[in-house]
Ligand binder design. Structure first.
Ligand SMILES: Cc1cc2nc3c(=O)[nH]c(=O)nc-3n(C[C@H](O)[C@H](O)[C@H](O)COP(=O)(O)O)c2cc1C
Length: 176
């Protein structure tokens, strides 16, 4: 197997961390990987807030019950869209797809760097969106998609093989 596929198949959601620090360089590399994702019309409507201040981590964890692992991960990347950029001139806004591609790139890059990561959902749950907009003082045109926990993995979780050949059809929806 080549290295890229090795990394991809080893990616897993990590919820147990050692709490050791992740460098600014590594966090920047992960965001760089996010920005390498494909995006509709090349519009790059994404923004990223890297969080390594523990007061901000605690504030986010207080309002996001399903993102409690950020407390031990100690770092997070919030993936956001500027809706003015996403909608500007576009017939169809693809910001969710653009940001999802960026988020997945960040998860894979974390695996490649030997770091743990976990996507935690925000959009389209209104209460989580509203909480993040207030907690991070976001301007009205900025929409958060997800918060990704980033940290040094404790090495507990292993990737699961989710391959299911019965979910593949060839040429038609169902084999006749
Ligand atoms: C849109 C989305 C939202 C998710 N939200 C959460 C979440 O709020 N908290 C969490 O612990 N994991 C969350 N996850 C991670 C999933 O639970 C995880 O990807 C899934 O169980 C498959 O496991 P794996 O990532 O290890 O392959 C989310 C994943 C996605 C794609």
């Amino acid at each position: 197997m080549n290295n890229a596929l090795d990394v991809l198949f080893n990616r897993k959601s990590t919820r147990q961390y050692t709490g050791k620090p992740v460098s600014v360089e590594d966090l920047t590399t992960l965001i760089r990987a996010g920005m390498a994702a494909p995006c509709s019309r090349g519009q790059k409507c994404w923004y990223f807030i890297a969080v390594n201040d523990q007061a901000v981590i605690a504030k986010l964890a207080a309002g996001l019950p399903y993102a409690q692992m950020i407390l031990s991960a100690k770092h997070a990347i919030v993936v956001l869209a500027d809706l003015n950029l996403a909608h500007g001139g576009a017939e169809v806004p693809y910001w969710i797809q653009d940001l999802s591609a960026a988020a997945e790139n960040i998860l894979i890059a974390a695996e490649a760097r030997g770091l743990g990561a976990c996507w935690t959902g925000v959009h389209p749950r209104p209460e989580r969106v509203e909480f993040l907009c207030q907690a991070l003082d976001l301007p009205p045109q900025v929409m958060p998609l997800c918060v990704i926990a980033i940290g040094q993995s404790a090495g507990v979780e292993k990737a699961r093989d989710k391959f299911d050949p019965t979910r593949i059809f060839w040429n038609h929806w169902k084999q006749k």
